[in-house]
Design a protein around this ligand. Sequence first.
Ligand code: GRG
Length: 309
Amino acid sequence: MVKTDEKLINPNNQTAFDLHSYLKQRKNLVEEALDNSLTIKKPETIYQAMRYSLLAGGKRLRPILCLATCELTGGSIDIAMPTACALEMIHTMSLIHDDLPAMDNDDYRRGQLTNHKVYGDDIAILAGDGLLAYAFEYVAANTHNVPAERIVKVIARLGRTVGAEGLVGGQVLDLESEGKADISAQTLSFIHTHKTGALLETSVVSGAILAGASDEDITKLSRYAQNIGLAFQIIDDILDITATDEELGKTAGKDLQAQKATYPSLWGIEKSRIQAQNLIDDAIAQLTTYGEKAEPLREIANYIITRKH
Ligand code: GRG
């Protein structure tokens, strides 16, 4: 049973909610669970390659969101942790494949060399495939004390999020749009709701599904997630222009170099920031009925717009 510090998650205690401590504590829990989720077996190379990227840090935003909504809607960290780990496995595999020469061709990710730069393209592809398959196995085999139909719902949702209706579809349109100067706001929105938004939404919603949340809760949390997902991408586009390689842990300025349509290229930086703020305001408005219990989700939404990496 995972023990959490009540003060971090219950702002009714005298101590004000401290997002920094909350994220640090949750990140530590997730790191430990991820480390335990994947041990090295034979053939060692593939396990090493999978662990190289899975344990390379990152904000762990998707698992943290999943744990937070599960708790918000009456569940526990324990029942959501296998799904939280699976979300990070899926996210990590998408980064490995995104960085390949056939896609974005990046040398650095999360402050270290990309998977294919260390293990070669062939092993990097397989490490991504291995993580993707393992994510589904991990949820199915390790989620306990949750009715089977909720687990099946989560697994189905993960599948939809990964495939052509989610990450894969968004990535394809992104590749097809490269170098085209006349991308519409609708196309850009399709790319990002699929490439980035879908997995963030599934992270939020899967925690609630595992906890047995009502349809009404799921509708509100989905809208919260869609808003933070789009705001996250707008800020990502802005950071690609304004942040340094060191701050990002990857090469900055790649969008401009690849002549990618981005929100700042469509609207300019200032309007993009305003749009992101409007989305965050709408996301936070979805949480009104939960009162102070939703403080983690509220503060995560605010963090998304102020983040520097
Ligand atoms: C899923 C089968 C399958 C294939 C992958 C390559 C691909 C298809 C999709 C690309 C998905 C992608 C890389 C989207 C970008 C998402 C994004 C904004 C990543 C950065 O997320 P952060 O900032 O990163 O949360 P950290 O490192 O903190 O986890």
